[in-house]
Design a protein around this ligand. Structure first.
Ligand SMILES: Cc1cc2nc3c(=O)[nH]c(=O)nc-3n(C[C@H](O)[C@H](O)[C@H](O)COP(=O)(O)O)c2cc1C
Length: 213
């Protein structure tokens, strides 16, 4: 019997096993192909109108990661992890409406009338409404971020989502164009120490049946 064969984790096992790891084995690279597969899986997330608001700014360069240390208020995981990924949200996702719905038309998923209606709807929602653009970028970017963490865990890597960084300094350091808003940093790597345990509220505290009183 081959005892080296590793069983894939179920979706439930991945969700239960994912925790925020803050200590990584320094100098451990993720093979690019594996990282790309994690990013591809992250991008299977759903999104409003299928506009796919997420972009992944992948920082693996040691010197660049070192520059992120002060931006992330000294959180060491940005340096020791194999990659620090900045999930960006597209503030101009309405620009993706045409390519997405032209593709759908070409494939026969929608007819011309539906394509035109969808594009009009999207352009109408975004026009002169920066709050919608920002909400949508963060909302949809976060869905991809979650999937990224689960995909990484399924492939034997740990992650930590991070909101603790200086956004303006990050934008300056990595020349992030105005079109994109940093949603979250995610460190990815091989754990050097387990995550510390965290509690979850019981369902009785979380679930409201049908409506509030
Ligand atoms: C949006 C967001 C921002 C976070 N920011 C940080 C951070 O800056 N530094 C950090 O160490 N953990 C950060 N965390 C991780 C949380 O502390 C962690 O998810 C929570 O305590 C639950 O623990 P678990 O992820 O291990 O289950 C963040 C999590 C989220 C979702």
């Amino acid at each position: 019997m081959n005892t080296n064969v590793k069983q894939a984790m179920t979706a439930e096992e991945v969700m239960e096993a994912r925790h925020s790891v803050r200590k990584y084995q320094p100098g451990t690279a993720i093979p690019r192909q594996e990282l790309n597969e994690i990013l591809r899986l992250a991008a299977t997330a759903p999104s409003s109108w299928n506009l796919q608001h997420w972009r992944f700014l992948v920082v693996t360069d040691a010197a660049k990661k070192e520059r992120l240390l002060s931006i992330a208020y000294g959180q060491r995981q940005v340096v020791d992890s194999s990659a620090t990924i900045i999930v960006l949200g597209d503030l101009e996702a309405d620009k993706s409406a045409r390519p997405v719905y032209d593709h759908a038309l070409e494939k026969g998923y929608v007819n011309e009338q539906v394509r035109d209606t969808m594009i009009q709807q999207i352009e109408g929602a975004y026009r002169g409404n920066p709050q919608i653009a920002r909400d949508e970028a963060i909302l949809n970017g976060s869905l991809a971020a979650m999937q990224l963490m689960l995909a990484a865990k399924a492939k034997g890597y740990d992650t930590c989502p991070m909101g603790g960084f200086d956004r303006d300094a990050l934008i300056r350091e990595l020349n992030i164009p105005k079109r994109y808003i940093p949603v979250m940093m995610i460190t990815v790597g091989k754990a050097a120490a387990p995550a510390y345990p965290t509690m979850r509220f019981p369902l009785e505290q979380l679930v409201i049946e049908n409506s509030f009183e």
